[in-house]
Design a protein around this ligand. Structure first.
Ligand SMILES: Nc1ncnc2c1ncn2[C@@H]1O[C@H](COP(=O)(O)OP(=O)(O)OP(=O)(O)O)[C@@H](O)[C@H]1O
Length: 302
């Protein structure tokens, strides 16, 4: 049995590298057979998955080391029947939080080594311009603009160094909240259509968390097929700001200004192009390009 470690050393501002630096002496001490595949630059995940799949036999074990972006990129390249384990090493770690995964590298490896297969549901999204899989959230508009600004911003790197990376999301969010414009959208849920003139935040989520621990939909779970849609149309800044404490407490969905729908399938069409964040990676959804979202099962070992 060989452990194939696919690691992003850069995730979590270097936490990925620290994770395998702790893990490898442990594997060697215990005579566990392993092979380490590191991404040396963004975009290498797919090639590394292909290299691993050429070598790996059925009893071998794939272990992904990285943050939410890494695990999402790997899942997009992995055949659906391939089970995997995950050692969280990101700054946000929302997927790990959703499954209560262990963060300590050695304990997390041991949980994977002696673990059981767990079925989870992930999102499959399809449009003319966008298709793939998401483990966490697909956010259109505000949260995508926040992720875009947070990824680009120097604030995240600075706060990561202070181990305060999750705050960067909140501070960047405040700036984007003030400047982002609303947009029209059309949502379809089964045969019902919902037309919204001033969409501001629209997030499809497979578990409660986004942005490093914010409970966008506290009842969502990746252990069932339901996707949760949370939408907030633009209101006055005063109104919007007054709702922030309830969002941080995870009680906002009781408020009538939030649209909350739960279903295994959704589709959405926009009247104008918008940024879309898919597990923290930025894409764009073009005007009139209908995005359909459904779920599929995957197997994770922990
Ligand atoms: N060696 C590398 N150097 C820089 N970027 C990399 C490298 N390898 C992968 N990447 C990029 O890192 C991004 C994924 O980072 P990831 O999300 O795992 O970490 P994070 O942002 O610290 O964690 P989280 O999303 O949990 O906050 C992807 O865009 C990926 O292509």
């Amino acid at each position: 049995m060989t452990y194939y470690l696919l690691a992003n050393p850069n995730s979590g501002a270097g936490k990925g590298a620290r994770t395998f630096e702790i893990l490898i002496p442990y594997l060697e001490k215990n005579n566990y057979d392993y092979r380490l595949f590191k991404t040396n630059a963004p975009g290498e995940e797919g090639d590394l998955v292909k290299q691993i799949l050429e070598l790996k036999v059925a009893e071998d074990h794939l272990v992904i080391i990285g943050g939410d972006g890494t695990i999402s990129l790997v899942i997009n390249e992995l055949p659906e029947e391939e089970a995997f384990s995950y050692i969280p090493s990101g700054s946000g770690n929302d997927f790990a939080r959703s499954l209560n995964l262990i963060l300590d590298p050695i304990e997390s490896f041991e949980a994977a080594r002696s673990g059981m297969n767990h079925e989870i549901f992930i999102m499959n999204y399809q449009s003319k311009g966008l298709n793939g899989y998401a483990l966490n959230n697909i956010g259109i508009g505000l949260d995508a603009a926040i992720v875009q600004a947070a990824n680009e911003g120097k604030l995240k790197q600075f706060l990561n160094k202070l181990k305060l990376g999750s705050f960067s999301y909140i501070l960047t969010a405040l700036h984007v909240l003030i400047t982002k414009k609303a947009f029209p959208s059309l949502i379809e849920i089964e045969n019902q259509q919902i037309s919204l003139e001033k969409t501001f935040l629209m997030t499809f989520t497979k578990h409660p968390y986004f942005g490093g621990g914010v409970k966008i939909s506290p009842e969502a779970s990746n252990q069932n097929a339901d996707i949760h849609l949370v939408e907030y149309s633009k209101h006055s800044l005063f109104r919007t700001f007054s709702l922030i404490p309830s969002v941080l407490r995870g009680t906002h969905l009781k408020h009538p200004l939030f649209l909350h729908r739960v279903n295994p399938d959704f589709s959405v069409e926009l009247a104008e192009s918008q940024p879309v964040q898919i597990d923290g990676e930025i894409h764009h959804l073009a005007a009139g390009d209908r995005l359909s979202i459904s779920t599929e099962k995957r197997m994770i070992v922990y």
